[in-house]
Design a protein around this ligand. Structure first.
Ligand code: GLV
Ligand code: MN
Ligand code: MN
Length: 419
C-alpha cells in the first residue's frame, strides 16, 4: 500500500463548494431536505461525478446510492465510504456532504495514481440521515442494517402528511435492489465533529470510538381552545402554557445528569396558532441523549413522571410516545486502529472521541466493521448555516480516510475477512 499517497484537497474543496450551491441559503448554508427536488439535483450531480470517475452507480429501493470502483477481486465485498447529502432546514455546507465527497475524492486520487485496490471501493450516499423531514434520523442506513423495515420507512410522513415512499418515487430514486442485500467489508465515514472538543484541544483528527445513545419522542398536549379575552385565567386549559412548563422539565432532565446528558425540544406547533385564541393543542418533539444507555433510560423515566404531573396540574391531557431508540454504539477496534495509524503516519494531532450526533455509521456498524473520522468545525457550531471548517482540515481528514481505506484493503489481502 502507498503511505505517500495524498488526496487533491483543492479538488475536494471545489466539489464541496459546487454542491453547496444546490439549496444555498442567503446566510451561506444549505437547505436541502431529503427527497426534495434539491436532493434529487445533488444526487444527479453526485452520480454524474462518480460516472466521470469511472464508477458503476446504482441505487437501492431506499434511494441509497452506491458508486463502485472495481478492485482486483470483485468477488470481495466492497470497502465502503458513506455519509449523506441531505441537510437540516438551516444546515451548513459540511455536515454529511464531506463524507460523501471525500469518498469521491478518494476514488479520484486512486484513479490519478493508477492504483488498483484488491477489494472494490464503494462511495455511498445514505438517504435521510438527518431525520428532519421524515423522523427518525438515519432511516435508510437503518433499513440497510435491518433495524427498520422498508414498509415502516415508506410510511413515515413529513409535517405536511407526505409519505417517504411517495416522495422517493416522485424524485425518481426508488431502485430495484432491495435495501441491505449486499455485504460490506468495512464502512468509513468522514464527518465534522459538530462539537468543540477537537478545536479546543488543537487536534486535527478525531478517531471516533462510538456514538452516544439517543431517543426521540413526540408529545401532543390537548387542552381547550377558547376566547383569549373572555375566558378567566382560572378556567383555562391552555395547552401552550402547559407545554412551556414541560419544556422546562425537559431542560431539567438534561441538567440533572451532567456533564454528558443533553435534552432538547426542537420542534413545536401550537394550534390554532391565533393571537386571540387560547391554544387548545400543542405538538412538540423531544430528543434525549447520553453515552450510556442506562442514563438515557433514567432520563426517560424522570421525564415521563414530570410531564404527567404537569399535565395533571394544568388540566390538559398528554399523549407521549417514544418514536425512536438508537442505543449507544461501539465501533470496530480494527477500523479504529486503522484510522489511528493513518493519523499517526500523516503526523496529524489526534484523539479518540465519542460522537454526540447521530450518523449512518451507527447503524452500519451492526452489519460491517465500521468507524468514523472527525475533523474540527469552528467553535463546534453545526446544524447551523454558519458551520465552518478549513480547507486544510478537510484535506487532513480526507487523507486519513484514504490511508485507512488503503490499509484496510491491504489487510483484506492478508486475511479473508478483516477483524
Ligand atoms: C443527526 O444529525 C442527529 O444527530 O440528530
Ligand atoms: Mn451528519
Ligand atoms: Mn446533521
Amino acid at each position: 500500500m502507498s503511505r505517500n499517497l495524498r488526496v487533491d484537497g483543492a479538488r475536494l474543496w471545489d466539489s464541496v463548494m459546487e454542491t453547496a450551491k444546490i439549496g444555498a441559503t442567503p446566510k451561506g448554508g444549505i437547505k436541502r431536505l431529503t427527497l426534495t427536488d434539491l436532493d434529487a439535483q445533488v444526487r444527479r450531480w453526485f452520480i454524474a461525478a462518480c460516472e466521470r470517475a469511472g464508477c458503476e452507480v446504482r441505487f437501492d429501493d431506499m434511494g441509497n446510492i452506491f458508486a463502485r470502483r472495481p478492485g482486483r477481486d470483485n468477488s470481495l465485498p466492497p470497502i465502503a465510504i458513506g455519509s449523506h447529502l441531505d441537510t437540516q432546514p438551516t444546515g451548513g455546507k459540511f455536515d454529511g456532504v464531506i463524507g460523501v465527497l471525500a469518498g469521491l475524492e478518494v476514488l479520484r486520487t486512486l484513479n490519478d495514481a493508477g492504483i488498483e485496490t484488491r477489494a472494490p471501493i464503494e462511495v455511498i450516499d445514505w438517504t435521510n440521515e438527518e431525520g428532519s423531514r421524515f423522523a427518525p434520523a438515519m432511516l435508510s442506513s437503518g433499513v440497510f442494517a435491518g433495524v427498520f423495515t422498508r414498509d415502516y420507512a415508506y410510511s413515515r410522513e413529513d409535517r405536511d402528511g407526505l409519505k417517504f415512499g411517495d416522495e422517493l418515487r416522485r424524485i425518481g430514486f426508488q431502485g430495484e435492489e432491495p435495501c441491505g442485500v449486499h455485504p460490506l467489508a468495512a464502512h468509513f465515514e468522514l464527518h465534522i465533529e459538530q462539537g468543540p472538543i477537537l478545536e479546543d484541544e488543537g487536534k486535527t483528527i478525531g478517531i471516533v470510538t462510538g456514538v452516544q445513545g439517543m431517543r426521540w419522542y413526540e408529545a401532543t398536549v390537548t387542552g381547550m381552545d377558547c376566547h383569549a379575552g373572555s375566558t378567566p385565567m382560572h378556567l383555562r386549559r391552555d395547552a401552550l402554557a402547559a407545554t412551556a412548563r414541560m419544556i422546562q422539565a425537559v431542560q431539567a432532565t438534561g441538567l440533572a445528569h451532567p456533564p454528558d446528558a443533553v435534552a432538547t425540544v426542537g420542534l413545536i406547533e401550537a394550534r390554532p396558532n391565533s393571537r386571540n385564541v387560547i391554544p387548545g393543542e400543542v405538538f412538540f418533539t423531544i430528543d434525549l441523549r447520553h453515552p450510556e444507555d442506562a442514563v438515557v433510560a433514567a432520563m426517560e423515566a424522570e421525564l415521563r413522571a414530570a410531564l404527567a404531573t404537569i399535565a395533571a396540574e394544568s388540566g390538559v391531557t398528554l399523549n407521549f410516545e417514544r418514536i425512536w431508540d438508537s442505543p449507544a454504539v461501539h465501533f470496530d477496534p480494527g477500523c479504529i486502529a486503522a484510522v489511528e495509524r493513518a493519523a499517526a503516519a500523516l503526523g496529524h494531532p489526534a484523539r479518540r472521541i465519542v460522537a454526540g450526533a447521530g450518523h449512518d455509521s451507527a447503524y452500519i456498524a451492526r452489519v460491517a466493521p465500521t468507524t468514523m473520522i472527525f475533523i474540527p468545525c469552528e467553535k463546534g457550531i453545526s446544524h447551523n448555516e454558519m458551520e465552518k471548517t478549513e480547507p486544510e482540515q478537510l484535506t487532513a481528514g480526507a487523507d486519513v480516510l484514504l490511508q485507512a481505506v488503503l490499509e484496510t484493503d491491504a489487510r483484506l489481502g492478508q486475511d479473508a475477512k478483516i477483524k
